[in-house]
Design a protein around this ligand. Sequence first.
Ligand code: SF4
Length: 476
Amino acid sequence: MQVQSMFFKQTASTKLNDAVLQRVMKKAKVKFVDGRAEGVALIDNWEDIRTYAAAMRDRVIANLDAYLIEFEKNAIRRGSVVHWAETAEEANAIIVKIAQENDVKAVTKSKSMVSEEVALNDALEAVGVSVLETDLGEYILQLAKEPPSHIVAPAVHKSKEQVAQLFVDHHHSPGTPPLTDIAAMTREAREVLRGRFLSADMGISGANFIIAETGTTLTVTNEGNADMVTTIPRIHCVITGIEKVIPTLEDFATLIRLLPRSAIGQTISNYLTLTTGIKAPDEQEGPAQMHIVLVDAGRTKLVGSDMSEMLRCIRCGACMNHCPVYQNVGGHAYGWVYPGPMGSVLTPVYQGIEKGGDLPNAATFCGECQVVCPVKIPLPDLMRKLREQQFDKKLRPFSERFGIAVWSYFVQRPKLYSLAASVGARFAAWLGGRGKLIHKLPGIDGWTDGRDMPAPEGRTFRELYVEKQRIKKANS
Ligand code: SF4
């Protein structure tokens, strides 16, 4: 998927005027935010689990090489082939080669954000392999030819009427009335997918975690499609980021208490699909070949850097669900695979700060993302560091850099700052006029283009504080 993050402002503006999107995002917000709050309230030691999980993820990242080698050794022991891909292109080339060498014509896929990251479907389709997304949300988006707008609920931006119309366009003859009953639509998708599950040559899945001590890959789903993808075809291929490794099954037991609760408030997801190696001679199900592609694509450069905390991420989506910016503009505005606060960090970090555009600034810094992150990633702090990088590299507009430089000059000289604030407050009060609302701020009209700003009363906080102290002293 091509990075479009530099168009964030324009796309966000369009999304704010999209009535359907606004309606569905409002509904989603209630479901995600209230759902998480209820799920979390059921656990007494939520904060302790978060603290433990964050420390565990840090330990893994600090010893990433050792855990990955342990994982590789155990996966090979169970008959898997482990491939290492340094770049997105390498990951695609490996999987295309597996498909070509095994005469694969049809692939079924369960949801994988890493495969979106590397644009795997395009690479396979370019060599004549048909790819079918089997997660319902991803299937809808495949029909619509759109990228996901959320990492857990990829089609959250679509209304049921839009999905019904897509089903008519792709499953029925023209003129068939659309069916907006969700259960019926789900049944219809299942009927279409069923035959393809059974005839696929290769199944491709992502992995929420990979477990070093057993060589297991693990997928968390609500639809059970990952079970079909990983067990029915003769070849199973897993594509995942190297940071997904965790030491033990017991660590997974901890993380699974956090993941679905943070995502949508579920105490546990409907399906946990653990795959360890190929089908044994005495087993009835499982693939004859299992390939695991471990993708770096920019991850190792975060290890030991001031962005390394981002590698803790377990892709739950809570940060975007609670972000006032994401809640209003949806995921497509962010212009790459990962939306919301985590995307505002990952896109510039993986794709280059130059391509990050406005993303590190697409935050109010309310801090809610950090509060809800199950592995305590300091997202606002990481975005602030990216803002600093953009400032230092002169990637922000001149007016913004000039404004910050002027502010920085004054703020380092308290007396001058106090004087300037006093003059500024009086000027702004005068600008507000009798209505006490400022309709236009010269030089920074972006602030007042869509809103009026209440004018200050004319005196600064410092002045009011000094006066209050004086009165208090006089009365004592
Ligand atoms: S940054 Fe935290 S809240 Fe956001 S997706 Fe990752 S783990 Fe979840």
